[in-house]
Design a protein. Structure first.
Length: 133
C-alpha cells in the first residue's frame, strides 16, 4: 500500500497531456521548407537567425493549437501541390481563395473554413509572411 495519497500518482495533470512539441515543429518545418521553395519571404526566419530558433519560440506554447493550424496548412500545401504540381507559382492571395473555394465545394462546414483562415492568419503573423496580392 502507498504510504501517502500522492505516492504512485503523476506529479501533475499535465503529465497526461500528449507532447505535441516535436510533431508541431516537424510539421511547421515542412511548411517553412515548402514556402521557401516557392520563394516566399519569411521575415521571422531571418530575424531569429534560422529555422530552429524560430521553431523553439513559436512552438513553446499552445502546442495543440499549433498542431491544428499545421494540419490546416498541410491541407493548403496539398491542395497547391495537387492543383499545380511541382510548378506551384509563388504563393499569392489568389491561391488562398482557390483553396477556400475548393474546401467549400467539398462540403466542409463553416468552422473548417474559419479554421483555414485562422491558420493562414497565424502563419502570416508567426513567420512574418507577406502574401502577394
Amino acid at each position: 500500500l502507498p504510504k501517502s495519497r500522492s505516492e504512485g500518482k503523476p506529479s501533475s495533470p499535465a503529465s497526461f497531456l500528449p507532447d505535441f512539441g516535436s510533431k508541431a515543429k516537424s510539421m511547421l518545418r515542412n511548411i517553412i521548407a515548402w514556402l521557401t521553395r516557392h520563394n516566399c519571404s519569411l521575415g521571422a526566419v531571418k530575424s531569429c537567425g534560422g529555422i530552429n530558433p524560430l521553431l523553439d519560440i513559436v512552438c513553446s506554447k499552445n502546442q495543440s493549437t499549433i498542431m491544428n493550424h499545421c494540419r490546416m496548412l498541410d491541407k493548403f500545401v496539398q491542395h497547391c501541390d495537387f492543383s499545380f504540381g511541382s510548378d506551384t507559382p509563388v504563393v499569392e492571395a489568389s491561391l488562398l481563395f482557390d483553396w477556400l473555394k475548393a474546401l467549400e465545394s467539398a462540403g466542409v462546414g463553416a468552422h473548417t473554413l474559419t479554421a483555414g483562415l485562422s491558420a493562414l492568419r497565424w502563419l502570416s503573423f508567426a513567420l512574418e509572411l507577406e502574401w502577394v496580392c
